[in-house]
Design a protein around this ligand. Structure first.
Ligand SMILES: Nc1nc2c(ncn2[C@@H]2O[C@H](COP(=O)(O)OP(=O)(O)OP(=O)(O)O)[C@@H](O)[C@H]2O)c(=O)[nH]1
Ligand SMILES: [K+]
Ligand SMILES: [Mg+2]
Length: 422
């Protein structure tokens, strides 16, 4: 249990009988202040301000994890004057407000707590350590410098030569910044995809073997399989870790015209999932081939039930597919997983380079990029005043990434997503 704030020493005195040496674990009896009853034996640590996570005086009580112990210690804490239960994310919020972390680092911490795969962990840790924050601060500082140059040019406007050369300096800086921000934006899809997971949809005609393949790929029994076409109605999702990459695999209702209203709803859901997919794996049963759906989404064309080939009449048309699999024999399953992993790696990377990981960052950078471009055009047209205003807008947009300028709405949403005590 963590305690933060000015009453921290009082808490330690009331429960642990004193304040241990800073940043050393000490074994102490924890007592109920009201009765003196021993509640637990705990390791207790004290982190005096400013050398703590929140930047305030802080303590940790390492108690035994049982419900009765936790309840008793929380009760005892509640009786110390000035001590109350934390809000979700309040420790991190205090760390942010105390200047211990910038907003992008807070987001990195939230992502690290949620990370399910190694690539996600890598990306989140880099952001927590300030990868994006430092970059955004550097951009903001340089944009503010360009803004200062433009304002100087306005002041020197009666000295034509000076004003021209100062403007030229500002224009060069704006072009360079615009290019750097555009390069970060080009990678934006990767970071966001890695955070959210790469979405793979299994689609095809009824009885293509989608649910059977889903179970084989997930290595557990997640979807109902039967010989009846139209078995699957709801889209069923599983999360896979493919070589450290987060992949969401979705089994769908088979695509066909149907008068059954429930199945028709399933088909509509399949179409929606296909539209939102990063990759569609189109399944084509060897025993009854069907043409793949024409679609914009990248496709893998997979022939299923490869074990049935021998049983087919010699006249049966071969299926021209990227891969052939059989869930019955296991043939081609590893190759399909490898193909999906390769596609995912192409799209999301391995978490070691993209800096933009959320729509919030992308929108801020896009806004800054557009404002810089507008400013450059205004400057060319001789309107220095307008250019200065655009550059100011660009600085503001980039500032929202580290949270230096008004981001109240973002804060509430972000900290509310943390657990209590984080
Ligand atoms: N021989 C053979 N049969 C398979 C294979 N995969 C699936 N089947 C059979 O094909 C039938 C349909 O399989 P499902 O997995 O339910 O097919 P589906 O595409 O999910 O079907 P719907 O959900 O109805 O669209 C079942 O009887 C499976 O046992 C395979 O690799 N080989
Ligand atoms: K079926
Ligand atoms: Mg199915």
């Amino acid at each position: 249990m963590r305690v933060s704030g000015p009453a921290t020493r009082a808490v330690l005195e009331a429960l642990a009988g004193g304040v241990p040496a800073p940043r050393r674990l000490a074994l102490r009896d924890l007592r109920a202040p009201a009765t003196g009853e021993v509640l637990d034996q705990a390791l207790v640590a004290y982190f005096p301000a400013p050398h703590s996570f929140t930047g305030e005086d802080q303590a940790e009580l390492h108690v035994h994890g049982g419900l009765a112990t936790r309840t008793a210690v929380l009760d005892a804490l509640a009786h110390v004057p000035g001590c109350r239960h934390a809000e979700p994310g309040e420790f991190t919020r205090r760390a942010f407000l105390g200047g211990r972390m910038d907003l992008s680092a807070v987001e990195g911490l939230a992502d690290l707590i949620e990370a399910e795969t190694q690539a996600q962990r890598r990306q989140a840790l880099r952001q927590l350590e300030g990868g994006l924050g430092r970059l955004a601060e550097d951009w903001r500082r340089r944009i503010v410098e360009a803004q200062a140059l433009l304002e100087a040019a306005l002041d020197f406007s009666d000295e034509g030569d000076v004003a021209d050369s100062v403007e030229a300096q500002a224009a060069a800086a704006m072009t360079a910044l615009g290019g750097e921000i555009a390069r970060a934006l080009a990678d934006a899809g990767r970071g966001e995809r890695l955070r959210d997971g790469y979405v793979v949809v299994l689609a095809g005609p009824p009885n293509a073997g989608k649910s059977t393949l889903m179970n084989a790929l997930a290595r557990r029994d997640v979807a109902i399989v039967s010989a009846t076409p139209g078995t699957t109605r709801d889209a069923i999702e599983v999360r896979l870790d493919l070589g450290g990459l987060p992949v969401t695999l979705i089994d769908t209702a088979g695509l066909r015209e149907t008068s059954d209203t429930i199945e028709a709803e399933g088909v509509a859901r399949t179409r929606a999932k296909i539209a939102g997919a990063d990759l569609v794996v189109w399944l084509d049963p060897r025993d009854a081939p069907a043409p793949p759906e024409p679609a914009a989404t990248p496709h893998l064309h997979v022939a299923t039930k490869a074990d049935l080939v021998a049983a087919l009449p010699a006249a049966a048309p071969p299926v021209a597919a990227d891969l052939a699999v059989s869930a019955a024999t296991g043939e081609g399953i590893d190759a399909l997983l490898a193909a999906i992993e390769a596609r995912a790696r192409d799209t999301v990377g391995d978490g070691s380079d993209a800096v933009v990981t959320r729509a919030r960052h992308r929108i801020a950078l896009q806004t800054a990029h557009d404002a810089l471009a507008r400013g450059a055009r205004a400057l060319e047209a001789g309107d220095t005043e307008l250019a200065a205003e655009d550059v100011r807008l660009a600085a503001r947009a980039v500032g929202t990434i580290s949270g230096r300028v008004d981001v109240e709405d973002v804060l509430d949403a972000l900290f509310g997503a943390f657990c209590i005590g984080k």
